[in-house]
Design a protein around this ligand. Structure first.
Ligand code: HT7
Ligand code: ZN
Length: 843
């Protein structure tokens, strides 16, 4: 398949004024009738072409006169009048046979749709591109009790329902749901006085799991009014939970569709982490109503325009609703684990890619998370007031339009007078910049010298300098602040900044709040890091100091150069005991760097990482800390015991995070005695899962695992946890075998993406198990990817990224991974999605 290039963008030749759709639902032979008013685009005259895939054309007519269009696998062409006309077509589709979960498909007897990015073309013939926006009216004919689509409800009768969406939208935001569903209902009155009916639609068994999602929705609606001045614009807002879904959720206008794992939660079945994720996804999809729906993307290369901005907005929301410091650390952990990993390997691409074969492969950490970091930097560079002024201008200027990154940056230039041409490079240049810092101290002047460099990435050998905001504070030797946080703007390869008139040599705290998505290199010694861990007033850098110390220690241990450092263990124990600190923050400080992180760090230092050795030293370090801090761990464990009724708020969640972290370490000392006790008394999933995983980590928990299964065999979402934790926490030698056994389990419904990810993704997340020298981990994953690809190419392609780091490893492992990728590549009929990914990984 040929790549599509950004430079080849052409405006649509035909625009759509109005769309009317009728669906006669049937599991294997749904009829879709369309009536579409087309007008020629005076700015871009051209031939009439519609996208369409897997459609059976029954009839077509132009202005009421039957026509016989030419049809290929992907397109329809037809002779048309020169001026406006009405297109009518009837097509037949097979929702039940559609296992790709894209277009109209069935999940547990329920009809649902997923149209982003290019799924609408599997529903009817249409110009399926985001710059064609139109109002839609929909009529659904079916005996099913609940019939939903976008917009406001219209007529409802015996076996039919009509929906009218007045807001022009691209086809990717179309949605339809039909099924036996019940609603958790509520309402919201906007600042402007509009009453909005809210509903979360679920299967009857799940009705008790909607309250938290509804509350998160109402808080999101209020937050967007208060912070961005954005009000909701329809009479209803519906959310539907679907079991079979490729991603987290979808922001269809007025009818968000959610993976049930991203919306359903009760204290008994969901962990604190689940609650937090649900809150942020609900907010994210809701915020898309303005950043994505009212203002959409001109073409799919501009995906970061809506995704980067909406991720940034959901991060702001969570920071406001919970602890900003903790949320920032969590976001950076995720950025480094996913986006830095992507940027450092064969799949590196710019936040705005220049070309793609399959757009579904570009819903990446780079577009989303790095895209959000660019907005965060922009806000820091222009300042908060200017940022919100620019956003006001963006909404005023571009409401109802399909826009580009150029439009976005022009708004900032116009609002602030600032030239953003250099900043724009962040959108086109792939790779994580490295920033090297050295310093000089002379007669009261302290100078920081910076050098920036971005390594080559596929197709981009030469890199240019970027604008990098580096937030810096200076501390005195006694720990007080000599200079509060100041933002230094790096613009050239080499740059120095001098702080004058200082009474003493300062200790610098650089890249506070992680002010730019870069890798900072500074030859700081252990003493300086211990000092920052103790004294830094910036929580992010305080945490970062501990992280740096642990990484140094663990990489040294992996290389056989040192053992677990006593000073570090003591410093960590001090944090553990420091009850002036937020328990959630303390839990984050105690969290060891992942084995994948250590492997990448070693690789960057020109050493070949040995996953088995990394696993061993990670275990050794945890054992050493558990021995060193046993008494403190026991006291903290007791102090963090739950008080009162469970609530999924930040404070309670922070206490439980520290409780579980202490328990996991203590289990290395007491053989799991406390964990077994906690398991027996747990009345919520956070404590139940925390104790079960602590037991599994010390090679115990067999009977609890059985009891867990018996208790939750009928709850899909909890059972996913049962599947994944066994594989993810298995010893390296057992992981592939356990995954293989679980894949034989009658409840391993591999066509369900959540279940597939639990087992296959669970194994890939077990670094030492996946990379076991036998190659069994690679075989297991590649066999399953080959099997899934014809059924669900999108999920297969996403999961193939588990192989993206193959070049880091030794020759034997490289051979094994190359062979596994080769087998995938040569499997007959491989999808375009997976084909593109594997080719890029191997390149
Ligand atoms: N805008 C959506 C991205 C998306 C998606 C969601 C579900 C299934 C398939 C999908 N393809 C693309 C989700 C979001 O970013 O909010
Ligand atoms: Zn999104």
């Amino acid at each position: 398949p040929q790549p599509i290039y950004l430079k080849d963008y052409r405006p649509p030749a035909w625009l759509v004024e109005d769309v009317k759709l009728t669906f006669r639902l049937d599991p294997t032979a749904t009829r879709v009738l369309s009536r579409i008013r087309f007008v020629p685009n005076p700015d871009a005259p051209g031939a009439f072409k519609l996208d369409g895939e897997k459609l059976k054309l029954i009839s077509a007519a132009i202005d009421g006169v039957p026509v016989e269009p030419e049809i290929t696998d992907t397109q329809l062409t037809c002779k048309t009048p020169d001026g406006p006309f009405t297109w009518e077509a009837e097509v037949e589709i097979d929702p039940q046979g559609n296992t790709t979960l894209e277009g109209l498909y069935m999940s547990n007897g329920m009809y649902c749709t997923q149209c982003e990015a290019e799924g609408f073309r599997k529903i009817t013939y249409y110009p399926d591109r985001p710059d064609v926006m139109a109002p839609f009216s929909v009529r659904i004919e079916s005996d099913l009790p609940v019939l939903l689509s976008n917009g406001n409800p219209g007529k409802r009768g015996d076996a039919f329902a009509e929906w009218i969406d007045p807001w022009p939208k691209p086809a990717y935001l179309f949605a339809l749901v039909a099924g036996e569903l019940v609603a958790h209902e509520d309402s919201f009155t906007t600042a402007g006085g509009k009453d909005v009916d809210l509903a979360i639609w679920v299967r009857e068994a799940d009705i008790g799991k909607c309250a938290f999602g509804m509350d998160a929705l109402k808080r999101s609606m209020l937050w967007d009014e208060q912070v961005y001045g954005r009000e909701y614009d329809l009479d209803v807002f519906n959310i539907v939970a679907v079991d079979d879904f490729n991603m987290g959720a979808m922001e269809n206008k007025g009818l968000n569709i959610f993976n049930s794992a991203a919306v359903l939660a009760s204290p008994e079945t969901a962990t604190d982490a689940n609650f937090e994720r649900i809150e942020s996804i609900i907010a994210h999809e809701y915020f898309h109503n303005w950043t994505g729906n009212r203002i959409t993307c001109r073409d799919w290369f501009q995906l970061c325009l809506k995704e980067g901005l909406t991720v940034f907005r959901d991060q702001q929301f969570s920071a406001d609703e919970r602890s900003a410091a903790v949320r920032r650390i969590d976001d950076v952990l995720a950025l480094r684990a996913r986006q830095f990993r992507e940027d450092n390997g064969p799949l590196a691409h710019p936040v705005r890619p220049q070309s793609f074969v399959e757009i579904n492969n570009f819903y990446t950490a780079t577009v989303y998370e790095k895209g959000a970091e660019l907005i965060r930097m922009l806000k820091r560079l222009v300042g908060d007031n200017a940022y919100y002024e620019a956003l006001e201008l963006y909404f005023a200027r571009h409401d109802g339009q399909a826009c580009t990154i150029e439009d976005w940056l022009a708004v900032f230039e116009d609002a602030t007078g600032r030239d953003l041409s250099q900043f724009k490079r962040w959108y086109s240049q792939a790779g994580t910049p490295r920033v090297y810092v050295t310093e000089d101290w002379r007669d009261g002047s302290y100078t920081l010298q910076f050098h920036q460099e971005t390594p080559p990435t596929p197709g981009q050998d030469e890199k240019r300098s970027l604008v990098i905001p580096v937030a810096v504070g200076l501390l005195a030797q006694n720990g007080s602040e000599l200079r509060g946080t100041e933002v230094l703007e790096l613009t050239s390869r080499e740059q120095s900044f001098t702080f004058e008139n200082l009474p003493e040599r300062p200790v610098p705290s650089i890249l506070r709040e992680f002010s730019a998505p870069v890798i900072l290199h500074r030859n700081s010694d252990k003493a300086e890091r211990l000092f920052l861990l103790r004294h830094d007033t910036d929580s992010f850098n305080k945490w970062e100091a501990a992280r740096g110390l642990m990484k140094d220690c663990l990489t040294g241990m992996a290389l056989g150069e040192n053992t677990a450092d006593e000073d570090l263990l003591s410093a960590l124990a001090d944090v553990l005991r420091d009850d002036t600190l937020d328990p959630a923050f303390r839990a984050l400080v105690l969290q060891q760097p992942s084995e994948d992180d250590i492997a990448q760090t070693l690789f960057e230092a020109n050493t070949t990482p040995d996953p088995t050795r990394i696993h061993q030293v990670s275990e050794q370090f945890a054992n050493a800390f558990a021995a060193h801090a046993e008494g403190s761990l026991a006291s903290v464990f007791t102090a963090m015991k739950p008080e009162g009724v469970y609530a999924p708020d930040a404070q309670g969640a922070g206490r439980r995070a520290l409780l579980n972290a202490s328990l996991t370490l203590l289990s290395r000392r007491d053989g799991g005695e406390r964990a077994a006790e906690q398991y027996d008394t747990a009345d919520n999933m956070t404590l139940q899962l925390g104790s079960l995983s602590a037991l599994l980590r010390v090679g115990s928990g067999i009977s609890q695992l059985e009891r867990f299964y018996d208790q939750w065999a009928d709850d899909r979402l909890v059972l996913d946890k049962w599947f994944s934790m066994q594989v993810a926490l298995a010893t390296p030698g057992d992981a592939a075998r356990i995954a293989t056994d679980l894949a034989e389990h009658p409840k391993f419904d591999w066509k369900n993406p959540n279940r597939f990810r639990a087992v296959v993704g669970g194994l890939a997340s077990n670094a030492a198990g996946f990379h076991h020298a036998s190659g069994k981990g690679y075989d297991f994953v590649s066999d399953w990817l080959i099997r899934l690809d014809p059924v669900n190419p999108q999920t297969t392609a996403r999961m193939s990224t588990v192989f993206e780091t193959w070049r880091r490893y030794d020759a034997d492992r490289q051979d094994l991974m190359r062979a596994a990728l080769g087998r995938i590549q040569s499997s007959p009929g491989l999808s375009r999605d997976t084909g593109e990914m594997v080719a890029r990984i191997l390149e």
